[in-house]
Write a protein that binds this ligand. Structure first.
Ligand SMILES: O=P(O)(O)OC[C@H]1O[C@H](O[C@H]2O[C@H](CO)[C@@H](O)[C@H](O)[C@H]2O)[C@H](O)[C@@H](O)[C@@H]1O
Length: 278
């Protein structure tokens, strides 16, 4: 068992202490890509770090709730993560599409919002806008992610596409969600912060850990700050990378990518009482 890293902030240390003291009243939530799953060039090839799912499974019996909060469609995260049919993850909840979708392991039930007309309209215009940028489109059904990681000049393509995609989003009533070499067009009205806050209220959690790696996770970090003001102890963990500086500066604890997150969750589970037999 490795030693638990010490958060760099007072609030983070208080969050970790509360979680260790009363795990039965704690929520563990994590983002998928870049946090549980290492970043890879092809989004379809993303898979959890080998230690991630075993760590979540070990935690699941020891805390009140475990959740994934992701920009992926919920059913895609479930498929790529291998989260279905995993007895130890029977209580898992996956909040997809930045919280607009929900999948529950206990029932297999998937809840999705109605399609947004702006996504269909943007889909029609997108090929003309992308031109010879080398960007690729991940069609998520009710959202469109334009990836530049595999373009000849990933940063240049990202910068060149940002303004026209912002305009496209505005014309069709969509939100432009920037991330790690990705610009995503998605329906407005939901973010990871609102999703996380609602889940904390639903579960009655009095402590939580949230781990993320990208700009879309900043809303969740802000939610943890707001929850602290209402008495819920919180620990904000950054899955560190050279690509996103903003999240590390807002975190209570930064670990080294998905491997570091998996190690942290594994070590945390090892310090919590095992589930009772009944
Ligand atoms: O909220 P998340 O679970 O972090 O999802 C955010 C986006 O992640 C994915 O893109 C990122 O991961 C890809 C696979 O490693 C990588 O190729 C890409 O450069 C990253 O931006 C996903 O493809 C998007 O749909 C998610 O919105």
């Amino acid at each position: 068992m490795g030693s638990l890293p010490v958060p760099t902030t007072d609030a983070g240390r208080a969050g970790l202490a509360a979680l260790l003291r009363s795990p039965e009243r704690a929520l563990i939530a994590a983002d998928f890509d870049g946090t549980l799953a290492p970043i890879v060039p092809d989004p379809e090839q993303a898979r959890p770090h080998p230690g991630a799912v075993p760590a979540l499974a070990a935690l699941a019996g020891r805390v009140a709730a475990v959740a994934i909060v992701t920009g992926r469609p919920a059913e895609v995260a479930v498929r790529l993560g291998g989260f279905a049919g995993h007895p130890e993850l029977a209580g898992l909840v996956v909040l997809g599409a930045y919280g607009a979708e929900r999948w529950e392991a206990a029932t297999g039930r998937l809840t999705t919002p109605p399609p947004h007309a702006g996504v269909a309209a943007a889909r029609e215009e997108l090929p003309g806008l992308l031109g010879g940028s080398g960007a690729s489109v991940e069609d998520k059904g009710n959202a469109l992610a334009v990836h530049t990681r595999r373009a000849p000049d990933p940063a240049g393509a990202f910068a060149a596409l940002r303004a026209p995609m912002t305009d496209l989003a505005a014309r069709h009533g969509l939100t432009l969600e920037p991330g790690r070499f990705v610009l995503e067009l998605r329906p407005p009205g939901m973010d990871k912060g609102a999703a996380l806050t609602a889940l904390v209220r639903e579960t009655g959690a009095e402590a939580l850990l949230y781990a993320g790696d990208d700009l879309g996770d900043l809303a969740a970090f802000e939610a943890v700050a707001g929850l602290r003001e209402s008495g819920v102890a919180g620990l904000r963990v950054c899955s560190g990378s050279a690509e996103v500086a903003e999240l590390a500066s807002a975190a209570d604890l930064t670990v080294d990518g998905p491997g570091g997150v998996a190690a942290l969750l594994t070590d945390l589970a090892a310090r919590l009482p095992p589930p009772s037999a009944d």
